[in-house]
Design a protein around this ligand. Structure first.
Ligand SMILES: Cc1cc2nc3c(=O)[nH]c(=O)nc-3n(C[C@H](O)[C@H](O)[C@H](O)COP(=O)(O)O)c2cc1C
Length: 184
């Protein structure tokens, strides 16, 4: 059984989460194929896959355009199989109600715009990847960290991803995939 894992990333944390997702799929006996949404081959088809996991991160209130394009092109194929969306952001790590509501709004707008609403959803906390930022981004992100009460050392990355929560979500999704194929 093959599972497609399509990701969009700007600084790399979503790729790291996509790789962990692939490892878990493989550990459960699936063939997992990682595909970058910015490099989808023109002849790509979903037909060989029995399930799909989509991952994309939030930057300035938007998911990557490449993921919107992918969903616009493949939403009909995706809705025919078990599918999951893993959203990656800093808001997911926040307990501030404005952050929680903002992330919900950005994500619901994304589903509305693309016409794709996933069967399963996980809101994963991402990372401050200071080592990947240019001078201005590093400065702006240090300020955002400070607003959240974090005195960040910008010489290294600061990961907020809750890996056990991610693992639990992917395992639950794989259990649902197994139930679907048993029922078929
Ligand atoms: C320029 C910039 C803008 C961001 N905007 C948001 C935002 O609007 N909301 C949010 O929750 N996180 C925001 N983030 C945090 C990212 O979602 C987080 O760093 C995530 O881990 C990025 O994933 P990636 O490395 O796969 O691109 C922003 C990060 C950067 C660098």
């Amino acid at each position: 059984m093959r599972i497609a894992i399509i990701y969009a990333t700007t600084e790399g944390q979503t790729l790291k989460i996509a790789r962990r997702t692939a490892e878990l799929c493989q550990a459960a006996g699936y063939e997992a194929e990682l595909l970058n949404a910015v490099a989808v081959p023109a002849d790509f088809i979903m037909a060989p896959y029995e399930a799909a996991v989509l991952l994309s991160s939030v930057h300035v209130g938007h998911y990557q355009a490449a993921m919107s394009t992918f969903l616009n092109d493949y939403k009909d194929d995706l809705t025919a199989i078990p599918n999951a969306f893993i959203s990656v952001s800093l808001s997911a790590a926040s307990t501030d109600q404005d952050d929680v509501d903002g992330l919900r709004e950005v994500t619901d707008d994304f589903y509305k715009q693309t016409g794709f609403t996933p069967l399963y959803e996980h809101l994963a906390a991402g990372a401050f990847r200071f080592t990947r930022y240019d001078f201005f981004k590093r400065w702006a992100m240090k300020l955002i960290a400070a607003q959240k009460g974090i005195d960040a050392d910008t010489s290294k990355d600061l990961e907020l991803t809750d890996w056990p929560a991610l693992d639990a979500f992917v395992k639950d999704f794989l259990a649902a995939v197994a139930r679907t194929s048993d029922a078929a």
